[in-house]
Structure formats: structure tokens, C-alpha cells
Write a protein that binds this ligand. Sequence first.
Ligand code: ZN
Length: 99
Amino acid sequence: MPTTRNTKLLAIPKTYECLGFTIKVQYKEIDGLCGHFDPQEGVMTLNPASKEELLRQTFWHEAMHSFLITLGYEELNSNEQFVDQIGQCLYQLEKTRKG
Ligand SMILES: [Zn+2]
């Protein structure tokens, strides 16, 4: 885990709720991947070897997968470009927010 944190940013949660499902966030080395979302287990895995910026971008990307799967948007969920672009927008919102 990176030791320096931008305190303006929200901490990556250990868990969050999505339409009544609890999503757990865990850190584990994954070969060749920054992150992964397991819809069966409701577990998001983030690679702790990632730098903070990438970790946060990955969190929002995987959060998008969790939202889309929970909402039943299977086709959109498999569109990695869409998932990544909306994830980037959410990350930018978090990063540039004032107040
Ligand atoms: Zn993805």
C-alpha cells in the first residue's frame, strides 16, 4: 500500500452497498491485472502493487462493473471501453471536487 495519501480524496472503502448487496474490497496481487470484480462473491480485488493514482482509477473502474452487474446491464458491463470511461469520469469527479 502506498504510504502517502492525498487527504482531499475519499479513502477507498473496505466495503460499500450496491442495491442491498455488500461489496467487499480486498487487496491481493493479481498477475497482469490492476483489479478484478467477482460478482458471485461480491468481492473487488485491487492489486496493492499499483501506484495510488492507478489504484483509485481501478477502484472506480471495478465499482462500475459492480454497479452494472447489480443493475443487470450485462452487455454494457462487457464493454470495457464504456466501463473505463465512466470510471474515469467518476475518478475525475472525486479528484477535482471542491468543497
Ligand atoms: Zn474492466
